[in-house]
Ligand binder design. Structure first.
Ligand code: AMP
Ligand code: ZN
Ligand code: FE
Ligand code: FE
Length: 293
């Protein structure tokens, strides 16, 4: 069984519509795909339709923009009730923050002599419910300022770049409670990716987060080198957290993140699903099924 639990469609900053993503999952030889767009479940319905057609199991999730001590932490949440009001409200706050950041980012670029209209970015973002820096990057590519998204991040949009503008992110601990109360399970995405790693997510902290409702750690990810993976795997083992692996596929939007480039072990996947079932029961919410074709 090949299981990839973290991917993006064009409902956030991936480039494939959900239907195409499901087809590519089949073509990549995946049995199970997790769709985890940033801060939105807008791709779930189309992916669900396509999952049956393509014969790929779909785990519906999302990657929530959180913060801990002022630093960004990405939380992948699987199978929460998407209608749970506190979740809906907090996601809307994040999406509003994304929308408010766009004009501010373009203002910074204008100060740098780069003129991009909000309309242009929104057109390039197409069906995206979650507007992000990658869409601004696409506009910079189109204008010929940079040659790909990565270069836009390296030179302008990255957190140390001259056109960086922060935005609202959900407090991590509160979000762990919200996901739990929505009947879902939580996995911290790429915790030790260099651009996120601020030293606070050590074993003691993971243990404390587990008490707040954390279920897993994404261990195998392109932003983790081999020693990092081994250390995180040991922490997951020590704490009884599920260890996942995934591609963080973004279509053409991110290099070196091909579907299935990292995968989750079937035993770990089964553990995560068992935890999700228990969370759903405890919450009393109507949560989405894993769609098995
Ligand atoms: P935002 O959510 O708007 O703050 O933008 C962050 C997103 O940009 C993340 O989801 C990343 O996947 C993406 N990203 C970050 N760095 C890069 C990069 N160097 N190349 C392409 N995408 C990136
Ligand atoms: Zn992304
Ligand atoms: Fe992420
Ligand atoms: Fe991601």
């Amino acid at each position: 069984m090949r299981i990839d639990l973290h991917t993006h469609s064009d409902r956030s900053d991936g480039t494939d519509p959900p239907r195409l993503l499901m087809r590519r999952a089949r073509e990549a030889g995946l049995d199970v795909l997790g769709l985890t767009d940033h801060d939105t479940t807008a791709g779930w319905a189309e992916a669900a339709e396509a999952a049956a057609e393509e014969g790929v199991t779909l785990v519906r999730g999302l990657e929530i923009s959180c913060e801990l001590e002022g630093h960004g932490v990405h939380l992948t949440a699987y199978l929460p009730d998407p209608t749970y009001e506190p979740l809906v409200e907090e996601l809307q706050r994040v999406l509003d923050g994304r929308n408010a950041r766009l004009p501010a980012t373009l203002e910074r670029l204008r100060d740098l002599g780069i003129d991009i209209e909000e309309e242009d970015v929104r057109r390039l973002a197409g069906d995206a419910a979650a507007m992000g820096r990658p869409h601004v990057a696409d506009a910079l590519v189109k204008k010929g300022v940079v040659s790909h998204r990565g270069e836009a991040f390296n030179t302008l949009l990255g957190s140390n770049g001259p056109a960086y503008v922060p935005r609202y992110a959900a407090p991590l601990e509160a979000m762990l409670h919200t996901v739990r109360d929505a009947g879902g399970v939580s996995v911290i995405a790429h915790p030790w990716a260099k651009r996120h790693n601020f030293g606070a997510l050590d074993e003691a902290r993971f243990a404390a987060l587990k008490e707040e409702g954390l279920h897993g750690i994404e261990v195998d990810h392109q932003d983790h080198d081999e020693p990092t993976r081994e250390r995180l795997r040991a922490i997951a083992r020590n704490l009884g957290l599920v260890a996942t692996g995934s591609s963080d596929y973004h279509g053409a939007g991110k290099r070196d993140h091909d579907l299935g480039c990292n995968t989750t072990a079937p035993e770990e996947y089964e553990r995560l699903l068992a935890l999700a079932e228990a969370a759903a029961d405890a919450s009393g919410r109507k949560t989405p099924e894993v769609l098995v074709p």
